[in-house]
Design a protein around this ligand. Structure first.
Ligand SMILES: Cc1cc2nc3c(=O)[nH]c(=O)nc-3n(C[C@H](O)[C@H](O)[C@H](O)COP(=O)(O)O)c2cc1C
Length: 240
């Protein structure tokens, strides 16, 4: 099984999203998968300009010369693609959205009805199964409502399956080095490793593990207090 992660955090290797991704991929490799973790911010990805060359003039090939052609090939060659993104204004990051827009060469202009009776563009390329990994700064899991719907829609439009979702509210502490958080972060990381192994072996995350993954890493009140202290200290440093 080949798993490719497209990581949309501008913080790339140092991101909270990447902490989640790396632990998940560790588990996936234990399960026997081959993995690749790609940081979109290190790639040249221009916005789609809606010229429709990829549908009309050079079917399947975008007119823009950048890294997207290579990334699309990696996408098609994967069994599972993971969209990894921090939550930005309740949505994916800008670079992730550019990446997503630029996947339209995988389709044709012609409409077809899907099994639910809704129109979509006919897909001409081999589309892998998909998964989401995301973290946000607010503590509640409810902030991922938009992403939950978005990735269901994307799977439907692309005629593929959304096999797993890992959303982490209160995720801004994942890169924290504080010894006070060492144990809860280690516990959460272990759950992610298990999830990676489970997805490769069983094609999904078990209900029990999903429930564990959704639990707060630390109590909400402690997280909110920590955020307040962090931002007050940061402000003081700047205004000093
Ligand atoms: C432009 C911007 C918008 C953000 N919007 C949200 C948001 O809507 N909801 C949320 O919970 N966190 C939001 N955050 C906080 C990030 O999701 C949070 O800091 C996260 O841990 C960053 O992940 P990363 O380290 O993987 O980039 C936002 C941060 C930025 C910079």
């Amino acid at each position: 099984m080949k798993i490719t992660v497209f990581n949309g955090s501008p913080q790339a290797e140092n991101s909270n999203t990447n902490v989640m991704v790396e632990a998940f991929l560790e588990g996936a490799r234990k399960g026997g998968a081959k993995t690749e973790n790609i940081f979109l911010t290190h790639k040249k990805i221009h916005p789609c300009v809606a010229c429709y060359c990829c549908w009309l003039k050079t079917p399947g090939k975008c007119a823009i010369q950048d890294d997207m052609a290579e990334l699309l090939q990696k996408c098609y060659a994967s069994d599972l693609v993971i969209f990894a993104t921090p939550l930005y204004v309740d949505n994916v990051t800008g670079i992730m959205k550019h990446f997503m827009d630029r996947t339209i060469p995988a389709a044709e202009p012609f409409f077809e009805k899907d099994v639910g009776g809704e129109c979509r563009h006919k897909i001409t390329s081999k589309v892998p199964k998909i998964m989401v990994i995301s973290n946000g700064g607010f503590p509640e899991q409810s902030h991922f409502q938009v992403l939950k719907l978005l990735f269901r829609r994307i799977a439907r439009n692309m005629g593929t399956e959304l096999i797993a979702e890992i959303y982490r509210g209160g995720g801004a502490i994942l890169t924290t080095k504080s010894s006070l958080l060492w144990l809860p972060l280690r516990r959460y990381r272990a759950l992610l490793v298990k999830a990676g192994e489970g997805v490769v072996k069983d094609g999904k995350i078990s209900d029990g593990l999903q429930r564990e993954l959704e639990k707060p890493i630390i109590p909400e009140s402690r997280y909110i207090k920590g955020a307040e202290i962090y931002f007050r200290k940061a402000l003081k440093k700047i205004t000093r």
